[in-house]
Design a protein around this ligand. Structure first.
Ligand code: DC
Length: 228
C-alpha cells in the first residue's frame, strides 16, 4: 500500500505576530489544513466562563474538562470554526476577555494534556500548518518546518488594535499594548510548555513587513526546507 507522506509546519510566536492570518494563507497556498491552536484554548476558556468557572480555579477546570466537546470545522475560505458542544463559538472567543482567560487557562496542566492528543491526531492524518505557542517545542517536535514568528511589541499592538476596532470593539493602543505585554509575560513564564523558540526554528521577524511580504518570507522558508 502506498504510504502517504504528510507534512507539518509549526508556527509559534507571541500574541499579535500575525500567526493566524499568515498560517491560514500559507496553508491555503500549500493545500494543507490550517490549525489555529489558540482558538482551541480560547474555546475551553469560553466553556469554563459560561459555566461560571474562573481560569485560575484548577479544581473547577479539571472537573469540567470532560464536558467540553470540541470540534473543528472549516469554511470555504479555509477559516477555522470552533464548535463547542455543537454550537459555533468562533466569534465569541475573539474578545480581549477571552484572550486573557485563554492565556490563564492554558497554564493549567490538565488543559494542556487534554488538548495535546487532539492536536497531534490532526497532524498525524493531514498535512498541516499549525500555529500556537508550543507547537515546535512540544506538540510537533518533529515538524518538517518550524517558524518562530515575531514582531516588536508596538507593531503587534497596532495590528491587534486594528483587528479589534474592525470588529467594532472599543479600545485604544495603550490598553492593547498593556494586554499584549501581560499575555506574553504569562505565556513565556508558565511552568509547562511556555512560549519558546524551538532550537531548530527559523525566526521570521515581520516588524517591517506587510502581509504579502511576510507571506513571501514564510513561503521561502518552507520552500527551502521541504521544497513545497
Ligand atoms: O494564539 P491566541 O492568541 O489565540 O492564543 C490564546 C492563548 O492560548 C495564548 O495567550 C496562550 C494559549 N495558547 C497556548 O498556550 N498554546 C498554544 N499552542 C496556543 C495558544
Amino acid at each position: 500500500m502506498e504510504n502517504k507522506r504528510v507534512y507539518s509546519i509549526a508556527i509559534d510566536g507571541p500574541a499579535g505576530a500575525g500567526k493566524s492570518t499568515l498560517a491560514r494563507q500559507l496553508a491555503r497556498r500549500l493545500g494543507f489544513v490550517y490549525v489555529d491552536t489558540g482558538a482551541i484554548y480560547r474555546t475551553v476558556g469560553y466553556h469554563m466562563t459560561l459555566m461560571g468557572i474562573g481560569p485560575r480555579d484548577a479544581d473547577g477546570v479539571r472537573r469540567l474538562l470532560d464536558d467540553v466537546n470540541l470540534q473543528i470545522s472549516y469554511d470555504q475560505a479555509g477559516r477555522q470554526h470552533m464548535l463547542l458542544n455543537g454550537a459555533d463559538v468562533s466569534e465569541e472567543i475573539r474578545t480581549p476577555e477571552m484572550s486573557r482567560v485563554a492565556s490563564l487557562i492554558s497554564a493549567q496542566p490538565p488543559v494542556r494534556a487534554f488538548l495535546l492528543d487532539m492536536q497531534r491526531d490532526i497532524a498525524r492524518e493531514n498535512s498541516v500548518v499549525m500555529d500556537g505557542r508550543d507547537i515546535g517545542t512540544v506538540v510537533l517536535p518533529k515538524a518538517d518546518v518550524k517558524i518562530y514568528l515575531t514582531a516588536t511589541d508596538e507593531v503587534r499592538a497596532n495590528r491587534r488594535l486594528k483587528e479589534l476596532l474592525d470588529q467594532g470593539q472599543k479600545t485604544n493602543l495603550d490598553t492593547v499594548l498593556r494586554e499584549i505585554r501581560q499575555r506574553d509575560q504569562q505565556d513565556l513564564t508558565r511552568a509547562i510548555a511556555p512560549l519558546r523558540q524551538a532550537k531548530d526554528a527559523v525566526v521570521a521577524d515581520t516588524s517591517t513587513l506587510n502581509l504579502e511580504e511576510s507571506l513571501a518570507l514564510l513561503e521561502r522558508i518552507v520552500q527551502e526546507k521541504i521544497g513545497q
